[in-house]
Design a binder for this molecule. Structure first.
Ligand SMILES: *[C@@H]1O[C@H](CO)[C@@H](O)[C@H](O)[C@H]1NC(C)=O
Ligand SMILES: *[C@@H]1O[C@H](CO)[C@@H](O)[C@H](O)[C@H]1NC(C)=O
Length: 244
């Protein structure tokens, strides 16, 4: 009986390893995501790199470029008008979040009214994070975590009375502070560079395909820790013991 239990345990581990494939090419259960990724010929502007395979619709891709769009009513201009150089990074961030089918390894369940899943610790390429921070350096903001703590009484986010507008650098002293804190650890700062296959690119040239496909594969396997083959080798004694 004990041996049989071990065999079941082995099978469960193998299943866990195999199940990891399901995190590849998938859409999170968010507010606007499609249920399955697929081709979207009409994706707009900065979201167009995802048109071969996307979790966003044409309509979402348009809204990603608008101020206080119907997506989240989010007001980028809460401390004066956000500069276009800075805003383009927030548009790209929205495109990645809404359109990418390669964030599976970092999807986590959440208990929130507006979504059932979120991303956590997505390893962002160094350049994407640093250029974002550099281009926003002369902008102002009043908050470090843009997910929570706003005054939504007017239907869009405004600075709460307890916070004042400050230069970007006072709120986010480094690129790492920006990328990790702004969306409560949705991103993780890395020193991996674009093209390294070890970090997710917010910006990419789609004429060479989507580089994040490989990155998701790498982390999906790393997440499994042990390959099914390694498990078989390690658990071979248990397997033998289970045989009559
Ligand atoms: C794409 O979405 C925009 C904005 O919602 C809309 O004006 C346009 O007609 C749509 N295009 C297609 C091909 O559906
Ligand atoms: C994308 O790559 C292609 C081919 O390498 C190049 O011709 C094009 O200018 C690039 N586009 C951008 C926006 O960098």
């Amino acid at each position: 009986m004990a041996a049989c239990g071990k065999l079941l345990g082995l099978l469960a581990l193998l299943a866990a390893g195999a199940a990891d494939v399901s995190v590849l090419n998938t859409c999170m259960d968010g507010k606007h995501h499609k249920t399955e990724p697929g081709k979207e010929d009409e994706l707009h502007g900065q979201c167009s790199p995802w048109k071969e395979n996307a979790c966003c619709t044409n309509s979402t891709s348009h809204a990603a470029h608008d101020d206080q769009s119907y997506l989240y009513n989010f007001n980028w201009n809460h401390c004066g008008i956000m500069s276009p150089a800075c805003k383009r990074h927030f548009i790209q961030d929205t495109c990645l979040y809404e359109c990418s089918p390669n964030l599976g390894p970092w999807i986590n369940k959440v208990d929130q009214t507006w979504r059932k899943e979120r991303i956590l610790d997505v390893p962002l390429c160094k350049e994407d994070c640093e250029q974002w921070w550099n281009d926003c350096r002369n902008d102002m903001t009043c908050k470090e975590n843009w997910h929570v703590g706003w005054d939504w009484s007017q239907g869009y986010n405004q600075c709460p009375h307890t916070s004042k507008c400050q230069l970007w650098e006072s709120v986010f002293p480094s690129p790492q502070d920006l990328c990790e804190k702004i969306w409560s650890n949705s991103y993780k700062y890395t020193t991996f560079t674009r093209g390294s296959k070890r970090c997710i690119q917010m910006w990419f040239n789609a004429t060479q395909g989507n580089p994040n496909v490989e990155v998701a594969k790498y982390y999906a396997n790393a997440g499994a820790g042990l390959s099914p083959w390694m498990l078989l080798v390690l658990l071979f004694p248990a397997l033998l013991a289970a045989l009559p």
